[in-house]
Design a protein around this ligand. Structure first.
Ligand code: HEC
Length: 185
């Protein structure tokens, strides 16, 4: 307790400037293990999301999957957070769900729509990573051009997300990113 109080009072500005950009070859052994965990969580989130999405499109049609997606995606993220002791999320420069707002350290990545993965180390030893997400064929059902999305899907989106910005994407476009924060292990 004492130690952590001392630490925070003696470095009052460290909170604001604590994330430092890094690269894979600069990481020590510990950070390399954290990065491996970040990638594993990203891969798991992608594959579970994809299979749940396709299953719910098959069962309820894309308009039904809109509602399911809004429940499933945060649930998958929470399960992975607990399983691996980290924080994973998805974000974009065009948000559908505003709870997917990017963490502050991602600001310039979102602004410049960076298509590379980037890594950060925090002064507290937390490692952060981003992984770009591109538009594949099934994504077009709900993120494509307004006039190619079916009326059912459009109204389901409008009902659930009145401030939706996440349409108008083309195949292969950058849609957004997975981001992961892995605390020191
Ligand atoms: C059935 C409709 C549907 C399909 C198909 C779909 N999405 Fe989404 N997408 C949603 C909904 C609803 C949300 C908001 C809820 C959430 O957080 O998942 C969302 C959110 C997102 C987000 C988080 C950022 C934001 O805008 O909130 C990303 C990234 C994303 N989708 C990418 C994709 C990709 C890539 C695909 C194709 C593999 C895809 N989506 C397919 C409906 C869909």
């Amino acid at each position: 307790m004492l130690v952590s109080c001392e630490k925070s009072s003696s470095t009052p500005q460290s909170q604001e400037v604590s994330w430092v950009s890094t690269s894979v070859d600069q990481l020590d052994e510990k950070a390399t293990a954290q990065l491996a965990l970040a990638l594993q969580a990203r891969n798991e989130m992608e594959s579970v999301l994809k299979s749940s999405l396709l299953a719910s499109i098959k069962a309820d049609g894309p308009q039904g999957a809109v509602g399911v997606c809004s429940v499933i995606a945060p649930k998958i993220a929470l399960e992975l957070n607990e399983k691996h002791g980290l924080t994973i999320g998805r974000t974009s420069f065009k948000l559908r769900n505003e709870t997917n707002t990017p963490p502050a350290w991602m600001d310039w990545i979102v602004e410049t729509k960076l298509t590379d993965s980037v890594y950060f180390i925090n002064t507290d030893g937390t490692l952060a990573a981003t992984y770009p997400i591109n538009i594949a064929p099934p994504c077009m059902l709900c993120h494509g051009d307004e006039n190619t999305i079916t009326a059912d899907v459009r109204s389901s989106i409008a009902e659930n997300y009145p401030d939706d910005q996440a349409t108008g994407f083309a195949l292969g476009d950058l849609r957004g990113w997975f981001w992961v924060e892995v605390p020191p292990q």
